[in-house]
Design a protein around this ligand. Sequence first.
Ligand code: C5P
Length: 226
Amino acid sequence: MICIAIDGPAGVGKSSVSRQLADEYGLAYLDTGAMYRAATWWCLKEGVALDEPQAVVDAVRDFLDNHVTFVIDPQEPAVVSDDEDVTSQMHSEEVSAHVSQVAAIPQVRELLIAAQRKEIEAQANPDSFSQGLGIVAEGRDITTVVAPRAEVRVLLTASEEVRQARRNHQAQQGQSGKDDVAARDAADSQVNNFTSAAEGVITIDNTHMDLQQTLDSFRRIVDQAF
Ligand code: C5P
């Protein structure tokens, strides 16, 4: 089974790259940011006080056990909650503004990391994704914590200005709500180091690259690894 792990800060283009790579190589696609976003969306919807960690942990456990399915098909990745497709709500301004607070709670991370490893391991013995050749997983701690033994591990970075500009462009196109990438990075980097590469992790800086050039860099690395 192939596992490609990709980490990086907000707005760097991880999702576009990971999804396209997964599609090209016939792999599943796990957007772990979407899992933290979904947990946050649920807590907001249920009126859980985000400054009460135990209440958040209980709500997230119930959500994962009883109310959510993550669809890991790169052609149509989705978050389905109680039979409703809620994917489009994951990038709302409200979710983006609160997700770092939820993701900083250690027990929330434990629950989500366990769920992520389960999804990755299920690809070795698939029943939900047809090919089962492997998976591309992206986030902030995939190369270091979730899948440190992945065959390919990449840290994707770009300057803050470029990342904020890309996110603003997405917001203008209606693909996401307003999102302060610097604030999110500052909060998230208290929890995980995704600004410098861990040992054995390859860095790609795509400040001066478009999506196609970024994909070409990844293809070279993946083709060399397999
Ligand atoms: O990748 P994305 O920007 O969608 O991630 C949303 C948020 O989820 C991040 O700002 C971070 O708080 C959290 N996250 C995390 N660990 C991951 C992926 C995302 O803490 N592996």
